[in-house]
Design a protein around this ligand. Structure first.
Ligand code: ADP
Ligand code: MG
Length: 334
């Protein structure tokens, strides 16, 4: 019968990764937000990890697309196709109610696009929750209490900074400076220092292996051997890159994240700022794993900084937990 036995799901539709949380089960799917398509027919060839492997390696007839950019839908049809694949993979033939997160500060049009794409993808109904709020729930912060918490979610496309108190967002800032910008800073650095062209995947590997938010601390990290294409000879070449140089290359992005945090703190009341000083700032999202990032933010803001447990999962967990409020949201929509 309609809806009977259907589990509702929460989806963290991220620029880099999509996660699905199923009621009563927790996170049941984690895949890169990538779709491989045939350029001639538009046919979807692969979705998720399989499609990510194809980035930078596709022949002329196949293109690997990341349909989300800067936290919002950049390619509507491809996003809907990707969501359809992920929803079918988790709930097979049933039509679930779906809670999806959106970055804070998106426009009504962007929010609508997420709701519509989710329904096109097979949801019976779709609701949205603001990402920093979901991140805070997933990080275990006391979001309903009369005390201020600050969460900084560093994803692929955006860094979302928010203070939260009494079940709502008090102040927030979203900047288009996050994981992807770290990668492009690394690509540019390798290009100008070695005349070497590397792809997005290699840049990401460098960031994860030897990337450091602190130039000073990067001196303790070993160099890394990488391969790319020599722009002069056109031939493959390998070079050793130093962690200190990578740290310098990504400093601008690190500093922009710190500025966003400071601005958000300035927008809050003195009471909330005092609460944040007491409880610290919590980092979520994959970018939270950049080496030495908590120390660098803490030094600049004079506030303690912690990484949430399982930072990559926080938004999905928070989105899933907020499925409990779906009844309330249904009523308030009418
Ligand atoms: P989104 O919510 O935008 O999909 P995620 O929270 O899933 O993003 O985080 C993905 C980003 O985190 C990517 O840019 C990825 O390169 C980055 N990332 C993952 N692990 C690490 C790590 N160990 N160090 C630095 N960055 C990381
Ligand atoms: Mg995210």
């Amino acid at each position: 019968m309609f809806g009977l036995g259907t589990k509702n799901i929460g989806i963290d539709l991220g620029t880099a990764n999509t996660l699905v949380y199923m009621e009563g089960k927790g996170i049941v799917l984690r895949e890169p937000s990538v779709v491989a398509k045939n350029t001639q027919t538009g046919e979807v060839i692969a979705v998720g990890s399989e499609a990510k492997e194809m980035i930078g390696r596709t022949p002329g007839t196949i293109v690997a697309i990341r349909p989300m950019r800067d936290g919002v839908i950049a390619d509507y049809d491809t996003t809907a196709a990707m969501l359809k694949y992920f929803i079918e993979k988790t709930v097979s033939n049933s039509k679930p109610s779906v809670m999806v997160c959106v970055p804070s500060g998106v426009t009504e049009v962007e929010k609508r696009a997420v709701i519509d794409a989710t329904r096109v993808a097979g949801a019976r109904e779709a609701f949205v929750i603001e990402e920093p709020f979901a991140a805070a729930i997933g990080a275990g912060l006391p979001v309903m209490d009369p005390t201020g918490s600050m969460v900084v979610d560093i994803g692929g496309g955006t860094t979302d900074v928010a203070t939260i108190s009494l079940g709502g967002i008090v102040s927030s800032t979203s900047i288009r400076q996050a994981g992807d910008k770290f990668n492009s800073a690394i690509i540019n650095h390798i290009h100008s220092s070695f005349n070497l062209l590397i792809g997005e995947r290699t840049a990401e590997d460098i960031k994860i292996q030897i990337g450091s938010a602190s130039v000073e601390k990067a001196k303790e990290i070993e160099s890394m051997n990488i391969r790319g294409r020599d722009l002069v000879t056109g031939l493959p070449k390998s070079v050793d890159v130093e962690a200190v140089d990578i740290a310098k290359a990504i400093q601008d992005v690190v500093q922009n994240i710190i500025i966003a945090i400071k601005e958000t703190l300035e927008q809050t009341s003195p009471e909330i700022a005092a609460d944040v000083i007491d409880h610290g700032i919590i980092l979520t999202g994959g970018g939270a794993l950049l080496k030495n990032l908590p120390e660098v933010i803490s030094e600049a803001t004079k506030v303690p900084v912690f990484i949430a447990q399982n930072p990559l999962d926080c938004v999905a967990i928070g989105t899933g937990e907020s499925l409990k409020n779906i009844e309330v949201m249904r009523k308030s929509r009418k």
